[in-house]
Unconditional design. Structure first.
Length: 583
């Protein structure tokens, strides 16, 4: 799911700005996995695998290409970790020095035995250093070092295996297939190949068009988008964006075009069903590092698999962050029944630490941010959601930090697996959605006026419903609550409660109860209002009578006028979704 070709190092120090960015939610570090020796670069790639040992908990695989130093280049390795214990389950070693074995990893059940098989890319492998590249497929049921398949590049310099992933069942034969990228092929036009999991034959070859496009820099299967029983797949590039292809025909379904030097398509992944419409969605990353003179912060976009419409856009904090260098998705972390997504920003600089940010698939809001510890770690170089490892009902997520020094071992690399814990100090997230999708809301919108995913119930001016979102951090308090999607210049009231409810409220559903405090009345401009705003001299916590750092949990929503008597009569008011903060 991740790609790690070698690219130039950017000057992108943004450490001070990063610490000013929001850190929300809470987590514990479930596992810290270290490289064995200097220049292992463990964590260049990481991928969810699935349950291999039938203990009910998924495993994950991590790559260590062992090529961090031109003077000490080894053969590379990939290690599968037991999800329940964090201990090594299987170890696969590369065949020759400078193969780049482990530069990319993935999983796909090619032999249809119910156990995912392990994919490892070795993009610089080849006879006499010709770097045709290879991809190895290992039996996930027994961890045999004898591959089930070995896919080799055709021409010198292809670097097949720079990206690898499970493609899903593309040809509807009951076997999971494999997709592989070779971004250096044909004067770096690049290509991607889809291989049959049953026979190993080539099902599709997607070729780049222009030199240096680097097509195949990222690849993944995204699931059945068209409803024909076959999986579609996505192929990204470094310069010309990403495309989703029809598994049945190989035709292009959707195109995500590059804009300038944004690098959209550098990372790409299937997203799971983010908007709960029964069709899998997809995500692409744009690290915006195409120009060394003016790099942007980077961003990632989530798109509907059903229509290709944009669902969410999330951005990095500071120029040079390379937010979107890696993406991971397809599994539920916060137990709301929706697939969430994870974006890495490796801040590829010796002066920066890197970070990764977890987002709610339902609302597009931040669930949590994790950061590197020491400069040069490049945390976020690879990320993935790895499933529920500790049986707490929530998924875990993994981040690679290949630049980490362990003792005397420079660039040994490290992978950290985090367990998200809602309700711990710093909890900061949306809840109470009027979209008829939230399993925690038992009251339907009054006249079936359901809003979009993550919003409140629809109103007379906005069929998606109003949205309440928070920005800033609770400690020290600089939180700003912003309500959008309300009708025009309506009057609205920001409310705080100390208990939960689940009741009709005008044209909406309200979950904020107990002792209510009217924080401030505002007049919306263009359907939007914030508290505090530039006219306020009091913080949210002070106005609500809570102390930052106290562990006090409070709930927030925004009541607003909705004066159209013809909409969902007889009420003429509505409410946003909720927002909760553990101060």
């Amino acid at each position: 799911m991740q790609t790690r070709p070698h690219l130039q190092r950017l000057s992108a120090s943004a450490l001070a700005l990063f610490f000013a960015a929001p850190f929300v939610g809470a987590q514990t570090t479930l596992y810290t996995l270290n490289g064995q020796a200097a220049n292992d670069r463990l964590g260049v790639s990481v991928s969810y695998v699935g349950d291999l040992n039938a203990d009910g908990k998924p495993e994950f695989v991590v790559g260590a290409p062992e090529n961090g130093n031109v003077f000490t280049v080894a053969e590379g390795y990939a290690r599968v970790y037991n999800g329940a214990t964090g201990l090594s389950l299987y170890l696969f070693n590369g065949g020759a020095t400078n193969d780049g074995f482990g530069n990319a990893v993935g999983a796909s059940d090619v032999n249809n035995d119910g156990k995912p098989d392990v994919l490892v890319g070795a993009p610089t492998a080849g006879t006499a250093g010709n770097q045709t590249g290879r991809v190895y497929v290992y039996n996930g049921a027994n961890g045999s070092s004898t591959p089930l398949f070995t896919f080799s590049g055709v021409a010198a310099g292809e670097q097949l295996g720079a990206a690898v992933a499970g493609a899903g069942d593309v040809n509807a034969d009951g076997f999971q297939d494999v997709i592989v990228g070779a971004p250096a092929a044909a004067s770096a036009k690049g290509l991607a190949r889809v291989y049959s999991g049953q026979s190993g034959s080539v099902l599709y070859t997607i070729n780049g068009v222009t030199n240096n496009d680097n097509l195949g820099f990222s690849v993944d299967g995204i699931g059945d988008v068209t409803g024909d029983g076959r999986s579609e797949f996505i192929v990204g590039s470094r310069l010309v964006g990403a495309k989703v292809y029809n598994g049945a025909t190989g035709a292009v379904l959707y195109t995500i075009a590059a804009v300038g030097n944004d690098g959209v398509g550098t990372s790409a992944a299937g997203c799971g069903d983010v908007n709960n419409d029964g069709t899998p969605d997809f995500i692409v990353g744009a690290p915006q590092d195409g120009s060394v003179f003016s790099p942007g912060p980077g961003y990632a976009k989530v798109f509907s698999g059903a229509s290709g419409a944009l669902l969410w856009t999330v951005s990095g904090d500071a120029n040079g962050d390379r937010f979107g260098w890696s993406v991971g998705s397809g599994r539920d972390v916060n137990s709301d029944g929706r697939a969430d997504f994870l974006v890495g920003a490796d801040q590829n600089s010796s002066n920066s630490i890197g970070y990764a940010r977890l987002f709610s698939g339902a609302t597009g809001t931040v669930i949590h941010t994790v950061a590197g510890v020491n400069t040069g770690e490049r945390l976020g170089a690879a990320v993935d959601l790895v499933g529920d490892l500790n049986a707490d009902g929530r998924g875990e997520f993994a981040t690679g930090a290949p630049g980490t020094t362990n003792g005397a071992n420079a660039q040994a690399g490290q992978v950290r697996v985090f367990s998200y814990q809602p309700g711990a100090a710093g909890s900061f997230e949306a809840f109470c959605f009027g979209d008829n999708l939230d399993p925690l809301v038992t009251t339907d919108c009054p006249c079936a006026n359901f809003g979009s995913a993550g919003h409140g119930c629809a109103n007379s001016a906005n069929s998606t419903g109003a949205l309440l979102a928070g920005a800033g951090v609770p400690v020290p308090d600089n939180v700003v609550l912003t309500a959008t999607g309300m009708p025009g210049a309506v009057s609205c009231i920001f409310l705080q409660g100390d208990a939960l409810t689940d009741t009709f409220f005008g044209d909406g559903v309200n979950c904020v109860g107990g002792s209510l405090i009217r924080l401030r009345t505002k007049t919306a401009s263009g359907g939007a209002a914030s508290f505090p705003d530039s006219t306020d001299t009091v913080t949210l916590s002070a106005r609500g009578g809570v102390v930052p750092g106290s562990g006090t949990l409070r709930y927030y929503s925004t009541y607003y006028r909705n004066a159209s008597t013809s909409f969902c009569p007889p009420a003429t008011f509505n409410v946003t979704n909720g927002w909760k903060i553990l101060w």
